[in-house]
Design a binder for this molecule. Sequence first.
Ligand SMILES: C[S@@+](CC[C@H](N)C(=O)[O-])C[C@H]1O[C@@H](n2cnc3c(N)ncnc32)[C@H](O)[C@@H]1O
Length: 242
Amino acid sequence: MSGRSRLYARLPLLEPDQWWLEQAAAAPNDRILELGSGTGRLTRAFVDLGCDVTAVERDTDMLDSLREHLGDEVKVVAADVTDLPDEVGTGYGLVALPSSLLNEVGDAEARRRLLRNAAARCHPQGRIAMQLLGPWWLVGLPGRSTGRLHPADGSAAIDVTIETVGFDAWASRRQARLTYRFADGTILHDDLEASAVTPAELTLLFEDAELELLGKWGAIPPESPQTHDPVWHLAARPAEAA
Ligand SMILES: C[S@@+](CC[C@H](N)C(=O)[O-])C[C@H]1O[C@@H](n2cnc3c(N)ncnc32)[C@H](O)[C@@H]1O
């Protein structure tokens, strides 16, 4: 198991992730397509709501963990989210792009394919929702910073230290090492490579995929996006549903 999959298998649902349950509740049907589902941290929450989930992931370690824990309860598809196979199907009430998926996809053209794929799989009255790393936060990260994550179930907080490795100014791509310290002393790492996706690019991505923005929120919905937010939340719908 890779360091990254060990980390995600251990990470609980966090307070801001509860926003996802509202997105599922607002969808016109209980079918959810979750893109970049990792080890199934959020997938488990959707299943517990009674949703019918298709989970797409490309990392083999993440897939092993996802299949082990949720293989009997969800449809698992091993694929790249920028090139979804036909077996994924269509008509999903919610297409979910959680965590930093949009940021991890390496360039603007691939992000365009991702949004087009998401739109094509969405029910005409459905919604596409995403969490992404706040672009201005990502650009402005100092050499070393710390933060604290609060689990949704009220259990002990997790301390995170972020050490930047570099920033490619032309690709707007940040490299950083994240160190997570759990209350029991366990320390796990994540080596992040993430693009800053600006509001200007998001507007173009939505236009290209014929999506209409339903709402934009900062790190803690319903507050609006701020420069210092590590995470933003967006929801959109197919434009013809407007
Ligand atoms: C930050 S992790 C989050 C995992 C999970 N969504 C969660 O919140 O626990 C991002 C996940 O997206 C996956 N991912 C990134 N780019 C992908 C791509 N192009 N196709 C499929 N999965 C991808 C990674 O392998 C990783 O599992």
